[in-house]
Design a protein around this ligand. Structure first.
Ligand code: SF4
Ligand code: SF4
Length: 611
């Protein structure tokens, strides 16, 4: 019997990539896709495979590196979350035209729900727009299998292929039997062809025409044709499903006694949808229900709207994850079964609201910003520090790098009215490298006046502690080059760039005030708030901590500390009407010592002594 290993979906995909000869892989971290590249880098080291695996500075760069590898004939891959595909959309649109040599997979992980994203967008729509085929896995094992099919299509038709797992596929665990990782069989061999690789508009027209021919052929390729999950079922109505919704539909139909009454078609390749399948479906059934996440991509390609039910017809919710209970309700209605489950509603989320960790230095930064610029405007960015909105330290969040351009936008808008406001923007270190540098250059050139606080914890904390360009370590911890952040900021033309430690609160507030004063006089000022992430156990250079704290009888229960500073280790006791410390959560950072207006938070006496 095959050896079976329980794998996370992202690990299963990493295995699939290596088993199929992937030799260049690049990514930018983003949940739910982050573990794909981490697992690849680990497996590369464990198996001694000659391959390049890197955390790139952003998704566009990652795409361009992996795509170029495929131009030399190697099999390559880029992975990212769906929002990252927006960043990489520029090369994506062109890559479909110029095509590939070695197989090239774009893994874009969608987040129906959304659980950790700004949008619920459907990568399959960008695949349609770019005219690249897309494969939609329903389980971790399926995702791994589709990698082989994806590389095959990519090489036969010389076209990039997208694999679109969703959060449930990326983060589910399934037992998978790993296959042998083949030896390195290909050498890079770039064949010059300027009319293709450097095509001017006249050649692009011809490339577009050829791309359409390829897509028509892929729409008939047998290996990715939809298949019948229940070949013995017969009836006037059929269900068409893809991705995780197909796995739910299979289970619900068989458990509800509908398995023999409603034919179920599993679509593996939602775009281009197989042309014979479309013809068959609309001829064989009176009604068709389409179950897919997140947008009606399959549904849009079924042009006879009178018989098709789905998101566009209102039969399936247009937003949110298609959870089993939702699919159950939709199927019951479609089958004409009355019952309690027939109302399709996306459930409300419950639970505690997300907050920054106890002892997180970002909390100190936001608190200091509010003290230094109480009437200020606070643009912010994408990262765990977005949670600074609970503390009143974040007013806007748009997309990666927009904190800097929005700060400039606020300045320019107020300048027109002759007004001067304090503008203090925040951005994480990794996000700054990703997309914060060009708008900072623009701000210098345009003379925008604001303070940019780079929250530098020297890691990409939210997605699992991937390195940043300043870390000096690669995807598997190997030494790499490193960028000097202060030198980079100064090279952008910024005249004020100083480093501060946020948990040294009074000092840090003073530094922010100095930066604000400078910004009003001269132009953008940068403060680098440098302190290791409290959760990053790999850091040896942790700051000395003052030790545990305690609450004295001076506490009058005003709740200032729990509402304005909101450390999860500070607990309000409703009965006692005062605050206490959760000794398990408290990291002893000591920042709250500076927060209580009554000086009721004090350093705890050493253990064994009485207070
Ligand atoms: S510890 Fe201080 S800030 Fe917190 S509730 Fe008591 S008095 Fe108020
Ligand atoms: S010392 Fe204060 S701010 Fe730091 S973790 Fe403990 S309770 Fe929170």
């Amino acid at each position: 019997m095959d050896k079976r290993i329980l794998m996370l979906g992202n690990e299963a995909m990493a295995h699939g990539l290596l088993e199929n000869g992937c030799r260049v892989a690049a990514s930018y971290p983003g949940t739910p896709a982050s573990e794909i590249l981490s697992a690849l880098a680990r497996l590369r080291t464990e198996h001694g495979i000659a391959m390049h695996a890197e955390w790139a500075v952003n998704e566009k760069v990652a795409f361009e590196i992996a795509y170029t590898g495929s131009m030399t004939g190697l099999r390559t891959a880029v992975s990212m979350k769906q929002v990252g595909l927006n960043v990489a959309s520029d090369p994506l649109m062109s890559a479909a035209y110029t095509g590939v040599k070695g197989g090239f997979l774009i893994i874009s992980a969608d987040d129906p729900g959304p659980y950790s994203s700004q949008t619920e967008q459907d990568s399959r729509l960008l695949a349609m727009m770019a005219k690249v085929p897309v494969l939609d896995p329903s389980t971790p094992a399926h995702a791994r299998e589709l990698i082989a099919a994806g590389y095959e299509i990519s090489e036969i038709f010389e076209i990039p292929v997208m694999l679109r797992p969703t959060t449930r596929v990326c983060h589910a665990c399934q037992d998978v039997s790993p296959r042998e990782i083949p030896p390195f069989l290909r050498e890079a061999d770039f064949r010059k062809s300027p009319t293709r690789w450097a095509a001017t508009p006249a050649f692009r027209y011809e490339l577009h025409r050829r791309l359409n021919v390829k897509l028509a052929a892929i729409a008939g390729w047998p290996r990715t044709a939809p298949f019948r999950a229940n070949p013995d079922a017969a009836g006037p109505r059929a269900v068409v499903a893809s991705g995780v919704a197909a796995a739910h539909a299979r289970e619900i139909l068989s458990e509800s006694g509908l398995w023999d009454r409603i034919p179920l078609y599993h679509v593996v390749q939602p775009y281009p949808l197989h042309s014979d399948f479309v013809f068959h479906l609309l001829n064989a059934y009176e009604e068709v229900l389409v179950l897919e996440e997140t947008t009606g991509v399959i549904e849009m390609q079924l042009l006879d709207r009178r018989r098709v039910r789905g998101k566009l017809s209102g039969a399936v919710p247009e937003a949110g994850e298609l959870l089993p209970e939702i699919v159950e309700g939709v199927l019951a209605k479609f089958a004409g079964i009355d019952g309690e489950t027939s109302d399709a509603q996306v459930p409300e989320r419950g639970g505690r609201r997300p907050t920054l960790c106890a002892g997180c230095s970002h909390r100190s930064s936001f608190y200091a910003i509010k003290k230094a610029a109480p009437e200020g405007i606070y643009p912010s960015d994408i990262g765990c520090y977005t949670l600074g909105l609970n503390l009143g330290g974040v007013d806007t969040v748009l997309c990666m790098g927009a904190a800097v351009s929005q700060a400039a936008g606020f300045y320019q808008a107020y300048r027109l009215a002759g007004k001067s406001v304090d503008i203090v923007a925040t951005i994480g270190d990794s996000t700054f490298y990703h997309a914060g540098i060009p708008p900072l250059i623009d701000a210098v050139v345009q003379g925008a006046r604001f303070v940019l606080v780079i929250l530098d914890n020297s890691t990409t904390a939210m997605t699992g502690f991937q390195p940043t360009p300043a870390t000096g370590k690669g995807a598997a911890g190997e030494p790499t080059g490193a960028v000097d952040m202060e030198a980079l900021v100064r090279a952008c033309g910024v005249g004020f760039c100083k480093v501060g430690v946020p948990s040294r609160l009074p000092e840090f507030i003073g530094l922010l005030k100095e930066a604000i004063a400078y910004s009003h006089e001269k132009g953008p000022a940068v403060v680098i708030a440098r302190e290791p992430c409290v959760m990053d156990r790999s850091r040896a250079d942790r700051l000395p901590r003052p030790g545990k704290v305690t609450i004295t009888d001076d506490c009058d229960g005003c709740r200032y500390c729990t509402t304005q500073f909101e450390c999860p280790a500070l607990l309000y006791d409703e009965e006692g009407e005062r605050v206490s410390i959760d000794g398990i959560l408290c990291t002893g950072c000591g920042v709250c010592l500076h927060v209580c207006p009554l000086d009721a938070i004090r350093k705890a006496p050493p253990e064994g002594t009485s207070p």
